[in-house]
Design a protein around this ligand. Sequence first.
Ligand code: UDX
Length: 429
Amino acid sequence: MKISIIGTGYVGLVTGTCFAEVGHSVTCVDSDLNKVELLQSGGIPIYEPGLGEMVTRNVAAGRLQFTTSTSEGVANSEVIFIAVPTPQQSDGSVNMSYIETVAREIADCITSYRIIVDKSTVPVKTAEKVAATIRRYRRANVEFDVVSNPEFLREGFAVEDLMKPDRVVVGVASQRPVAAMREIYAPFAAPFIITDTNSAELIKHAANSFLALKISYANALSVICEAAGANVQEVTRGMGLDNRIGSRFLQAGLGFGGSCFPKDLHAFIKISEELGYDFRLLKEVQNINASQMERFVKKLEEALWVLNGKTIGVLGLAFKQNTDDVRQSPAIDLCLRLQREGANLRVHDPQAMHKARPILTGVTYVDDMNLVADDCDALIIATEWPQFASVDFARARKRMRAPILLDGRNLLDPSKMEELGFIYKSIGR
Ligand code: UDX
């Protein structure tokens, strides 16, 4: 199948590359000339495990190409995926101008039947609006279909999630595009759900909000566990073994961040409001997430009393492990708070330091994770990178001014850290 993908961000680039990997012929379009030139010369603009080799392999095989021209992408393909950003606006609603612009560009250059697929996370009814826009601006009276095909990939595991999806959701307004969508996804051998476009769009909102709710539930439990002298990891393990609940996304910590959950929650609350429903349950999910950070900072204050003038080591800047993405990162949020309190920071992240530098200034970036703790009054684990478990904590303990270790991701074994002489605090344990 000949496919074009408009927008080569996390979703667009990984989707296009995985489509090429299973044999489709893919043209990736992006208006950013620098990004397209980087990709054409073999570079990768994001860190995503496994992606670089896959791009190189498929470019070499002639199945994957990059261009800045939407008309070239549209001319070269039967199916056009829209994967441009849908950023959050200050009132919580979603900025749809990138999608609208692409819809008009497509309208301007289609000359025969095309299937246009919304891949970006969008408010319900977007497929209907994209169809109306193309109908309004198309030059010739060309036929087309708009399909909603939401993406569920997690950053850091994007290639894995795309190659082995739990399900493929396809929302259509007519049966005509179904065969092509089946053909595109046949190699991925996943359950295929065909529904109307509005339901498909709501599946995405509902799924992400539910996952955020699961995390907030675990975080709320962590507060109870601390008060009751229980261990939240034991409690969530016991819950999660019930198949109806499942053990994933029950990890208590500093709260969720990233470019999706906070934005999608905001947007879903706003959309529900517009549709006449006050989704208070989801507002509480947001509140619990915010209070998790407050509680963590309070724990640090209890340990150190005054933060002003203290040196604090922070391990982790990305919003989670396996990514260089710092958008809406709880770790960055924490660093900025500590800075406002007058603390000096020594920070490290295995992948995200280059993206953190412009937004987190006036801190010491430390290349070696083992040296972060040197001369610190406290050390914090802010992101769940697994390699942080193998920091040389015995050495760190000796180099610190005070042995205070706060684990915001429950990564370490409390008894081992106490054996090493740390005053160790984590979340709900
Ligand atoms: C998410 C969804 O998982 C994905 O399906 C959707 O399409 C895009 O949004 P992503 O934002 O890449 O993916 O990251 P995810 O792995 O879901 O983690 C989101 C945040 O939740 C991170 O900050 C992570 O640290 C936090 N988290 C996750 C927890 O605090 N506890 C958990 O148990 C799981």
